[in-house]
Each structure stands twice: as structure tokens, then as C-alpha cells.
Design a protein around this ligand. Structure first.
Ligand SMILES: Nc1ncnc2c1ncn2[C@@H]1O[C@H](COP(=O)(O)OP(=O)(O)OP(=O)(O)O)[C@@H](O)[C@H]1O
Ligand SMILES: [Mg+2]
Length: 313
């Protein structure tokens, strides 16, 4: 759906985006993560055809961003990180304006506007002036605007920035809904856990370079060096840790929150050998499951030495 090939942007001496390669499939929700100044906005703006690359290109739904900006814009909904709004318009007029700008015919606009207002939970604000909306509502309206021409691909640059926790959760819920509608989404943030919940793939960028990209577990494996296994023991948990540490396919094992947490470095799909080893060792195992990737650790390892800020918006 989206193929990014060597995309590069320089501002004077600074290489803001440095030879970016990405492949995003239809229906993917791709989380683009990195600290301030990493190059997220610059990349997304190039994909939205609002900034010309210095080298490389990208194709979105078969449209090349350099040769076919019109085509790209017809399939893409772009939500910038900062946006101005026409304040003296009513909510529905605002949406109608953008739908018309995207040449959605008059006959279809009513229905589309009704749908996006419903989706963004702004139905009851239909006749409110934009200037009277709260920040969170404006943000949702901006998202509604990016949907006004029913695009297949959404490029969302920090759609939840500056919002309080409840409003962030609402935006997240809305994005989840869009994923269910099979939109292909690129969404940026510098808060990894927020995106991980939503995205099936993530890419981490720092200083213009993509450090890593893939599904959350793959990345975690690559960066942390293994997959975590969470094992509940009936008894002798400490002893089990000792035994697991001696296994060649386990790089560490420790007690955490009453469970044994082991870092498995063996072949994918062979995790059962750890369970077998425990049982052969006479241990009673209550539960055995993959652990959640520790995203904060992944992010901090991937962006080590950077000015990172994972906790605040
Ligand atoms: N128009 C511009 N002129 C000069 N430098 C720029 C311009 N736009 C961006 N930059 C620089 O390019 C780098 C990448 O900026 P970008 O806005 O893409 O980062 P970002 O990942 O979106 O950061 P943030 O999380 O703060 O939004 C930064 O060092 C920034 O200062
Ligand atoms: Mg940005």
C-alpha cells in the first residue's frame, strides 16, 4: 500500500530524514515513533506531498509522491501536527468545505459528513461554530476533516498531542475504530506505549534514521535480544530461575511479581523446550505464556543517547 524508497530531506547541513525505507501493507496501522526532532513530521509531510524530498521517493496506492501529487492526495487524509482552523464556520460547513475541496460531489457530501460526525462523536456539535469547540473537539474535528473524502490512507502527525488523558483515550478509540474500518494508517508519536496498543507495526526513528521497524514483538526481540516468557510456578520459583538460567536458550530468568520471567533467545516456535525442561526437572508449572514486550525499554534502548521523553505528551 505504501512503499517508501530512500526518502531523504536536508535542511542546509542537517539531514532531517536520512534514506528512509518502509513498506506498509493495506490495513496496517504503522506507529512512527521517535523523540523530538527525529524527523517524523518531515517524513509525513513529504508523504502528504507538501514537502519535496531531496532524494528517494514513495508510492502510496500506486501513486508516486513526486510525479503524481494529485493522485496521492485523492487517496490520503493528512492531519498535521499543528493546524489552523477557519473559526467562523459551523462544524458541518467546515467539513463540507473540505469535502468539496476534495471534489466529493454535493449529493454524497451530506452522508459523508453525517458519518464522520458520528464517528468522531461530534454529531451534536454539527451547528456549533468551530471557535466555540474545546481543544479536544477541535482535534476530533480535524480528524473528521481528514476523513471527509473517505481516504484509504491516513497520515496522522501526533493526533493526540496536547490533549488531556481522557481526550487522548478518545482519540485512541477513534483510531482503533478507523483500523477496524480497514484504513491504512501512519500515526506518529513520541509516546511508544500509546501507539503500541493501536499499531500492528512500529518504526523507531532518531536523528533522521530509521533504527528499526516491524511488529512490536519482532522489534522487541531484535533490540532486547529475546522474547520474554512469563511462567507461573506452583512452588520452588527461585530454584526454577536457577535452572532456567543454565539453559542455553535462556539468557536471563528472574522473579517478578510472583512469576518467573525468562528471556528466551532460542528459535521462534521452540519455546516449549523451556516448559519441557521445567517439567523434566520435576517443577510444577501453573502457567506458561509469552510476556508483553517492555516497550519503554525497547524505546529507550533504540534511542539510547538521545534526548528522549517517553512519559509526557
Ligand atoms: N523547515 C525547516 N527548516 C529547517 N530545519 C527544519 C525544518 N523543519 C524541520 N527541521 C529540522 O529537521 C529535524 C526534524 O524535524 P521534524 O519536525 O521532522 O521532527 P519530529 O520528529 O517531527 O519532531 P517532534 O517530535 O518535535 O515533532 C529537526 O532537527 C528540525 O529542527
Ligand atoms: Mg513533529
Amino acid at each position: 500500500m505504501i512503499q517508501v524508497r530512500g526518502l531523504t530531506k536536508r535542511f542546509g547541513k542537517l539531514v532531517a530524514v536520512d534514506n528512509l525505507w518502509l513498506s506498509i501493507d493495506r490495513g496496517d496501522a504503522f506507529g512512527f515513533i521517535g523523540p523530538n526532532g527525529a524527523g517524523k513530521t518531515t517524513s509525513i509531510t513529504m508523504l502528504a506531498t507538501l514537502l519535496a524530498p531531496d532524494a528517494g521517493t514513495a508510492e502510496i496506492c500506486g501513486h508516486d509522491i513526486r510525479r503524481d501529487a494529485e493522485g496521492v492526495r485523492s487517496v490520503v487524509g493528512y492531519m498535521p501536527d499543528f493546524f489552523g482552523m477557519y473559526e467562523d464556520m459551523k462544524v458541518w460547513e467546515y467539513l463540507d468545505f473540505f469535502a468539496a475541496a476534495h471534489r466529493v460531489p454535493y449529493s454524497r457530501r451530506r452522508k459523508i459528513i453525517k458519518d464522520v460526525l458520528e464517528l468522531t462523536d461530534l454529531g451534536h456539535q454539527r451547528d456549533t461554530y468551530v471557535e466555540a469547540l474545546s481543544r479536544g473537539m477541535k482535534q476530533r474535528l480535524c480528524l473528521a476533516k481528514t476523513l471527509a473524502h473517505d481516504p484509504e490512507v491516513l497520515l496522522l502527525d501526533e493526533p493526540a498531542s496536547g490533549l488531556d488523558p481522557r481526550a487522548r483515550a478518545e482519540v485512541r478509540g477513534l483510531l482503533q475504530e478507523l483500523c477496524r474500518m480497514d484504513k491504512t494508517i501512519i500515526v506518529s508519536s513520541h509516546i511508544l506505549p500509546e501507539l503500541a496498543e493501536l499499531c500492528n507495526k512500529i518504526g523507531i526513528i532518531t536523528q533522521g534514521k530509521l533504527v528499526t521497524a516491524g511488529n512490536v514483538n519482532e522489534i522487541s526481540t531484535q533490540i532486547v535480544g529475546g522474547r520474554s516468557l512469563v511462567i507461573g510456578m506452583v512452588s520452588r520459583a527461585e530454584e526454577a530461575c536457577g535452572m532456567l538460567q543454565a539453559l542455553p536458550s535462556v539468557s536471563s530468568a528472574e522473579l517478578r511479581d510472583g512469576h518467573v520471567e525468562a528471556l528466551y533467545t532460542g528459535a521462534d516456535g521452540d519455546e516449549h523446550e523451556v516448559l519441557t525442561a521445567l517439567i523434566m526437572g520435576g517443577f510444577q508449572v501453573r502457567s506458561f505464556e509469552p510476556g508483553e514486550a517492555d516497550l519503554e525499554q525497547v524505546y529507550l534502548s533504540a534511542t539510547r543517547g538521545e534526548d528522549t521523553d517517553v512519559s509526557s505528551g
